[in-house]
Design a protein around this ligand. Structure first.
Ligand code: WT7
Length: 628
């Protein structure tokens, strides 16, 4: 066995014996030396209407193309291909609602649902290339709606149900969506989030939307605008809508979806992924990292509204013909054993969640999980932010009973699929995602582009292309080049800082830009600041992230009021609520501090670093460029 330093957890005999890959090292070595051959072999496991000419075309880099001139459809590979196999009547999706309602779909049933949904979209005039926005909670219709778009070559843009008016408006407008699919509401800890009412307000600000398709979830009365809004269950029951819908044969590089994510400055940007490469990337990362088997019952507790749900609820699992659970509610409602109950009830074998959820459940103590039989679990996963070793060990001991390896997967909306991740037999160190996935070459560089020494912090970069990489920022290719490909020649800049230890294991430290990870959710200081400034009392605002025990980071804000406006507790609360209303409850600041000045550079940029140092009682460092 290789020699590793630090605290190490080796795979059990059982894990080593049962893995479906014979020789993991050989696979990694092969991919390391034959990048294109490795991905070509993976692509051949999927169905193509027409084979590609070239695996990788880098002639116009950083606008890479994969599987050029191939014809494919990811939704076809998620559903249709399983219908001629033993998986036809296998359960694809088990859904449980917050109140315990239950629905399930076989591959056969899901195929029919998706086809009907696709026909409903066509009846609203949706065509190949049109953008469709989806805004709802964790319900099957979200997954079905996404696949329906993919089936007909429409481009889906999912807006997380925890976002609110302005976030939805911005995304509708930037994508020029023709149709909005929205649920009447969502259940959240026993209360109802009025999604349709929020959408009505966002639609007043957006013009491109022609039709709104409304999914009944809560049954609460909603406003239906004549000529614009239509109930999905009514439309789909019309005699003209049937469950036969031919699949579009699309170019490998045909856009599959837009997903908005926060960057350093300005508004969230739309990351664009395509059918071919993204399909191959999510298919094989899911297959290898979770070592998926036909009798697994997989559960990713994330929301389909974020990339984790796109790649590892919708696409990765279905491409692999897996059975999975989707749960609508929160981990600790009505009691802190809700998740453990679900694992026991459904015999979940793989749980994939975020450190913030683990920390949140850890604080209720071991008695809650210990009341349940969790012995069905064989593998665990973590994603979204660095996992602190205490949470890792709790997860490993209390949930995994010391027999489940933990796959700490580092990746991003932009990368589409796992980038730094263990595979099941790799020796693990709590808090490290181990090494880059097959075929990837990554590095950690200093400001000048020199690789840093072992254990030193630097900028994390990727030096090889990979199939599920983002293709561009929708409508803004220049920004794509500038943000990701211009700091170091020919390398993808991740925006994270990291270090690598003497065993070559990577340790993610955090973002190097103005992105804040709150409970694993990615938010930009700019979004929070512009929400604050949109309030009539506010002249200027600054937002920073400060460490938080459960959330990882929490948002703290500083506000300069307009001349003549009085500071007050009521105003402070009003501003916090305003951010919740505009961006979404997840973006609500912990605190608003009223200040008279903000630290700025001479060119007028807010120096958040100075605010952060002050809040943490640290030395703010070089203040040479400080104006005020
Ligand atoms: C950022 C990307 C990828 C799915 C969810 C997040 C942080 C993500 C890890 C991890 C340490 C992580 C990084 C990254 N991050 N996974 N396992 N360990 N940090 O996608 O919203 O695009 O956020 O999340 O900072 O840059 P995202």
């Amino acid at each position: 066995m290789e020699q590793l330093s630090g605290e190490i957890f080796y795979p059990s005999k059982d894990v080593l014996k049962k893995t479906r890959v014979k020789d993991w090292n050989q696979l990694a070595d092969f991919a390391g030396e034959n990048l294109e051959a490795f991905w070509e072999k993976e692509a051949k496991e999927l169905k193509w209407f027409k084979k590609w000419d070239k695996v990788l075309d880098d002639s116009k880099k950083p606008f890479f193309k994969w599987f050029t001139n191939g014809k494919v459809n990811i939704a076809y590979n998620c559903l249709d291909v399983h219908l001629d196999t033993h998986r036809k009547n296998k359960v694809a999706l088990i859904w449980e609602g917050e109140k315990g309602e239950h629905r399930s779909f076989s591959y056969f049933a899901l195929h029919r649902e998706v086809s009907s949904f696709a026909n409903a979209l066509k009846s609203l005039g949706v065509q190949k290339g049109d953008r469709v926005t989806l805004y709802m909670g964790r319900i099957p219709e979200l997954l079905i709606g996404m696949l329906a778009c993919a089936r007909i070559g429409a481009i889906h843009s999912v807006v997380y149900g925890g976002f609110s008016v302005e976030s939805l408006h911005e995304r509708l407008e930037d994508s020029h969506s023709k149709v909005l699919i929205v649920a009447d509401g969502a259940f959240q800890r026993g209360k109802i989030v009025p999604l349709k009412a929020i959408a009505d307000e966002a639609l007043q600000r957006a013009a491109s939307v022609e039709s709104v398709l409304v999914i009944k979830r809560t049954g609460e009365p909603v406003n239906m605008e004549y000529g614009r809004d239509i109930w999905y269950h009514e439309l789909v029951n019309l005699p003209m809508i049937n469950s036969k819908c031919p699949v579009e044969e699309l170019d490998s590089e045909h856009p599959l979806y837009l997903l908005y994510t926060s960057g350093t400055t300005g508004k969230p940007k739309a990351i664009l992924h395509t059918h071919g490469g993204y399909m191959v990337g999510t298919y094989s990362t899911f297959k290898y990292v979770f070592d998926i088997r036909d009798d697994d019952r997989y559960w990713c507790a994330a929301d389909p509204g974020w990339v984790t749900g796109h790649s590892y609820i919708v696409y990765g699992p279905l491409l692999n013909g897996a059975t999975q659970l989707m749960y609508e509610g929160a981990p600790n409602f009505p009691f802190p054993n809700r998740w453990w109950q679900l694992i026991e009830k459904y015999g979940i074998t793989i749980l994939y969640t975020a450190p913030t959820a683990i920390r949140g459940l850890m604080r209720f103590g071991e008695a809650w999980p210990n009341r349940h039989d969790l012995s069905s679990l064989r593998l665990l996963g973590s994603v979204g932010e660095p996992i602190n070793p205490e949470a890792w060990k709790w997860y490993h001991r209390v949930i995994g009973k010391e027999k489940c390896p933990i796959m700490d997967t580092w990746w991003q909306t932009e990368t589409g699929a796992f980038m730094i991740t263990p595979t099941p037999t790799v020796p693990l160190k709590p808090g490290s995602g181990t090494k880059p996935f097959f075929g990837l070459k990554m590095d950690i560089l200093d400001e000048e582009g020199n690789p840093v020494k072992a254990n030193e912090e630097g900028f994390l970069v990727v030096k090889t292309p990979w199939p599920s990489m983002m293709r561009t920022i929708y409508n803004d290719p220049d920004k794509y080049v500038e943000k990701y490909w211009s700091k170091y020649e020919g390398m993808y800049l991740t925006g994270d800082s990291a270090r690598r230890d003497e065993d070559g294991y990577y340790w993610i430290i955090g973002r190097t830009d103005d992105v804040i990870k709150v409970s694993g959710y990615r938010l930009g200081t700019a979004e929070i600041e512009s929400a604050l400034v949109s309030h009539p009392a506010v002249a200027e605002a600054a937002a920073i992230g400060l460490p938080h025990e459960i959330k990882g980071n929490a948002i703290h804000t500083y506000v300069i009021l307009k001349v003549g406006v009085e500071k007050s507790e009521t105003l402070r609360e009003e501003l916090i609520a305003h951010v919740g209303h505009e961006v979404g409850p997840i973006a609500k600041p912990e605190n608003v501090e009223f200040v008279d000045v903000l630290p700025k550079t001479r060119s007028g940029k807010i120096m958040r670093r100075v605010l952060k140092a002050r809040a943490l009682g640290q030395d703010p460092g070089n203040l040479a460029t400080l104006e005020e």
